[in-house]
Design a protein around this ligand. Structure first.
Ligand code: ADP
Ligand code: MG
Length: 318
């Protein structure tokens, strides 16, 4: 199938928005940015065999390619607006593109983001998405605002995607965990709800310790995490126990939860805002002076150090 027909297949199924002056079809899209807003721009690429298992369905690849970008917008407190899609395909298959669009455009419709352009080329399977979001001036969430005494929170789940990947490598599958890997839920409503509550925010893509580490470095602070308070789904608890589970929750990655800090006096307001955004929330620690580093409390209250064997998983931690 010629490249033009593939693009037409995508264009025919893409939904618009009133602020899209000109979408797919010209040399560039024309978009109307509302006054009083900043544009949040982010890009993420998924490569076959690296960012998703080879047996991943095209619809799931489509979903995930957009979800990881929406998660970045969420972490900034930005509302999704527009996106572009760069597709590198080994062959021009309308079946593959049709399946891919099913996942990608389903999620785009739910999130209210319009696909306004892109690029289609031949090459190894790779999907790159650029997403644009809108945030009222001055109200974006950043990594550098955590202060000593703030609480550390997680909105969403931890460890499930990494658990699914660990099982997949052993030739096993658990549907509830695999869903977390293939169809991560970007926490868009939570990010918007946290605009005036969180002091710093990041989305967890590389593992909680690594990503919280970025917030601590940007903010010039340390933190203490309580393993007993980490969100633990029934499916994760059934598949992994003890330190193996802690490692997945703390360092697994691909979670797309939001990790954020907020002043302790806003505790009840944070809970209420996330309940309204229908997002599971857990208060998992507190911000400490930078000299304390990042320390982890085991459920028995003792300080816990990652085991030697799993150490490489923790290399992103400060
Ligand atoms: P040009 O050669 O001017 O860059 P293209 O032939 O690459 O234009 O693309 C034609 C139109 O189709 C453009 O508006 C472009 O943004 C859009 N487009 C191309 N590939 C995709 C894609 N994978 N998804 C969405 N829009 C696409
Ligand atoms: Mg052109």
């Amino acid at each position: 199938m010629p490249e033009f027909d593939l693009i037409e297949l995508i264009r025919a199924r893409a939904a618009g928005r009133p602020d899209v002056v000109l979408g797919i079809g010209d040399d560039a899209a024309l978009l109307s940015v509302p006054p009083g807003h900043w544009l949040a721009v982010t890009q993420d690429t998924l490569n076959a065999g690296i960012h998703f298992p080879d047996d991943t369905a095209p619809a799931d690849i489509g979903w995930k390619a957009l979800a990881v970008n929406l998660s970045d917008l969420a972490a900034m407190g930005a509302a999704p607006a527009w996106c572009t899609l760069s597709l590198s395909l080994p062959e021009a298959s309308s079946d593959w593109v049709g399946g891919f669009c099913g996942g990608f455009l389903d999620l785009a419709g739910t999130a209210g983001i319009a696909l306004v352009g892109g690029d289609t080329t031949r090459g190894p399977l790779s999907i790159s998405v650029t997403a644009h979001g809108l945030v009222p001036e001055g109200r974006a969430l950043r990594r550098d605002g955590a202060r000593v005494g703030d609480e550390v929170w997680v909105a969403g789940a931890l460890g499930e995607a990494a658990a699914a990947l660990a099982l997949w490598r052993e030739g096993r599958s658990e549907p509830a965990l695999r869903a977390a890997l293939d169809r991560p839920v970007p926490r868009v409503d939570a990010g918007i709800a946290l605009r005036d509550l969180a002091s710093a925010c990041i989305d967890v893509s590389d593992g909680l310790l690594a990503d919280l580490g970025h917030v601590l470095a940007a903010s010039g602070v340390g933190a203490e995490l309580r393993i007993a308070d980490l969100p633990t789904s029934p499916a994760l608890a059934a598949a992994f126990a003890g330190e193996a589970r802690w490692a997945l929750q703390l360092a697994g990655g691909d979670d797309y939860a939001l990790c954020f800090t907020a002043p302790a006096e806003r505790h009840a307001a944070v809970r209420a805002a996330l309940a309204k955004a229908a997002t599971p929330a857990a208060c998992i620690g507190r911000v400490l002076p930078v000299a304390d580093g990042l320390r982890i409390l085991a459920p028995d209250g003792s300080h816990w150090a990652p085991p030697e064997r799993g150490y490489q998983h923790f290399s992103g931690a400060p």
